[in-house]
Design a protein around this ligand. Structure first.
Ligand SMILES: Cc1cc2nc3c(=O)[nH]c(=O)nc-3n(C[C@H](O)[C@H](O)[C@H](O)COP(=O)(O)OP(=O)(O)OC[C@H]3O[C@@H](n4cnc5c(N)ncnc54)[C@H](O)[C@@H]3O)c2cc1C
Length: 527
């Protein structure tokens, strides 16, 4: 590597300031001199964009809320859904250490007590699945409590992408990052460098002993006596890596934060790390909006999705990662294009609910302006379904037949093809401000018959890539022969996922990112 000045040694270096901040706090709280380096000018990564739902079975916050859950039930649920791509030892480490992590964080007044909110697990009807879920959230935090640290925290996604005022109260991922940052700095053992990006790992005698970074334009070697935790997110914002590992996808539709360009993945591979599941992401349908990346889209209140043949192919209310996987599977295995998908709905949707319960929509006054959307070419409108079909290029006969059939299901309350409205998740958000949009008994099915008719574009978006460096159950990065690379740890989306190809419930990514950052910190502290 190049000539560079040196810094350190610290005990621990954490690369990336998303959920890795939890690991940084836990290490620093155990007396380890801990440095966090962050490539961008803000701390928090995609974690700061997130709702900070945290999925951990039998954690103290849900037990306190009176939810009937056990580690055994969580284990049975994961066993039933993950398939062969998830290492059992990692799942067990997650199940054991996740609740302990929440317990430990709650002992610090900065974190206060996490709050359970009933979000059903994403797979219903399998052993151990919970209809009221295992997802907890951090309490909100007043921005003023951060004092001088406030400008460091990454802005909410709706501020960064749509310019909406960030407000005085931090919610979701903003609150989580802010709380972790306060706790970390108050240990007295924490240092943060922003605008400092990992370039490569320093190795001596086969062990990682530090990092080489570019910090505000300067090359610096920073040393760590105990080890380096790579918590630098995925590679969702790197078009080249995306096309290499996910050739059917680019980087233009992701909701991941700008810094996540796979630098830590590359650095780990350069020192011999094994990888897994680089073709995977935390998928989500993305509603294409004017002049920006698509909106992460969790709820279809009314209408249907059709492919280029004008046919439905999915329960449109499937949990987002499952919906995304289905879109991708159909698109790759059929002659008919399924991406973009056409979301076809009628005037009722707009009269009742604007444009659905989108995460950003309530924050953005006038965000859904029909004329602007039509002008930008991301929305089509027509007085008849036949005309709409022509505008979006699908066979008119097929579209009218599909809508007639769906209207029949709405009236009887049974979606005979895709069973929309039968799972607890489907039912979680079932009505707009004006009430349920249905003529039948199923609140997830509403007839499509009030002109004009509309079609919006739904692409395959993601919350970040998911595959990464393989680790053992202590979050230690391993080589293809299974041996540990001494001094190197990974967590979050830099790490090959504990959950394999599936997304168990709301809070899967943040829950596992926090837990494996915690596990790495315990190992680094010799605990
Ligand atoms: C709108 C939205 C809502 C979501 N809601 C939820 C939710 O409620 N629950 C949930 O579980 N998941 C949610 N997700 C997904 C979740 O936020 C992410 O999967 C998760 O936060 C990733 O955590 P991480 O720590 O791996 O990476 P990140 O939080 O993205 O942090 C990685 C950090 O590393 C930095 N970095 C990258 N390269 C370098 C380098 N070379 N040197 C130094 N630093 C570097 C990045 O700039 C970034 O700050 C949501 C995502 C979105 C977009």
């Amino acid at each position: 590597m190049s000539d560079a000045s040196t810094e350190g040694p610290y005990d621990v270096i954490v690369v990336g300031s998303g959920a890795g901040l939890v690991g940084a706090y836990v290490a620093a709280a155990r007396g380890l001199r801990t440095l966090v380096i962050e490539k961008t000018g803000y701390l928090g990564g995609t974690t700061a964009y997130s709702g900070a739902g945290i999925w951990i079975p039998a954690n103290p916050a849900i037990i306190r809320a009176g939810v009937d859950d056990t580690t055994e039930a969580g284990r049975a649920y994961l066993d039933a859904i993950v398939g062969d791509d998830s290492p059992a030892a990692l799942r067990e480490a997650f199940l054991q250490e996740g609740p302990r992590m929440i317990d430990e964080l709650e002992q610090n007044p900065r974190f206060q007590r996490f709050i359970w909110r009933g979000v059903p697990d994403y797979f219903a009807g399998v052993q151990g699945s919970s209809a009221i879920g295992r997802t907890i959230f951090p309490p909100d935090l007043e921005r003023s409590e951060l004092g001088d640290l406030e400008p460091l925290v990454r802005r909410p996604i709706w501020t960064e992408r749509w310019g909406v005022d960030k407000g005085t109260t931090m919610i979701g991922g903003q609150a989580l990052i802010a709380r972790a940052l306060l706790a970390f700095m108050e240990t007295g053992n924490g240092t943060v460098h922003i605008n400092t990006g990992l370039e490569g790992l320093l190795v001596e005698d086969g062990a990682v002993v530090g990092v080489e970074v570019t910090s505000n334009g300067e090359r610096v070697k920073i040393f760590a006596d105990k080890g380096v935790l790579l918590a630098a997110g995925g590679f969702e914002r790197n078009g080249e890596l995306r096309r290499k590992y996910q050739p059917d996808l680019g980087d233009e539709w992701t909701s991941g934060c700008p810094g996540n360009t796979g630098d830590a993945l590359r650095a780990g591979m350069d020192v011999g790390a094994d990888t897994a599941l680089l073709d995977e992401s935390w998928f989500a349908p993305g509603l294409v909006v004017p002049h920006n990346r698509p909106v992460f889209y969790t709820t279809v209140w009314s209408g249907i999705w059709v492919n280029d043949a004008g046919e439905r192919f999915i329960n449109e209310r499937l949990p987002y990662d499952r919906a995304g996987h289905e879109m991708r599977r159909h698109h790759l295995t059929s002659d008919v294009a399924h991406i973009p998908t056409h979301w076809v709905f009628d005037q009722r949707q707009i009269d009742n609910d604007g444009f659905g319960t989108l995460p950003v929509e309530p924050q953005v006054p006038g965000w859904f302006d029909v004329d602007e959307w039509l002008e930008a070419g991301v929305l089509e409108r027509a007085d008849t379904l036949e005309e709409l079909a022509e505008k979006i290029g699908v066979p008119a006969g097929n579209l009218t037949k599909t809508v007639e059939e769906f209207n029949g299901f709405a009236r009887t309350g049974v979606d005979e093809h895709f069973h929309r409205g039968e799972a607890p998740w489907d039912l979680m958000i079932t009505k707009g401000p004006q009430g349920p949009h249905t003529d039948g008994s199923n609140p997830c099915l509403g007839v499509i018959d009030r002109a004009p008719f509309y079609a919006a574009k739904v692409v395959l978006s993601d919350l970040g890539t998911k595959g990464g460096l393989k680790t053992d159950q202590h979050a230690r990065v391993v080589r293809p022969d299974g041996s540990v690379i001494k001094g190197l740890y990974a967590s979050g989306n830099t790490m090959a996922p504990m959950t394999g190809r599936i997304y168990p419930g709301a809070g899967g990514p943040v829950g596992s990112s926090m837990t494996f950052s915690y596990i790495a910190a315990l190992d680094l502290a010799g605990a």
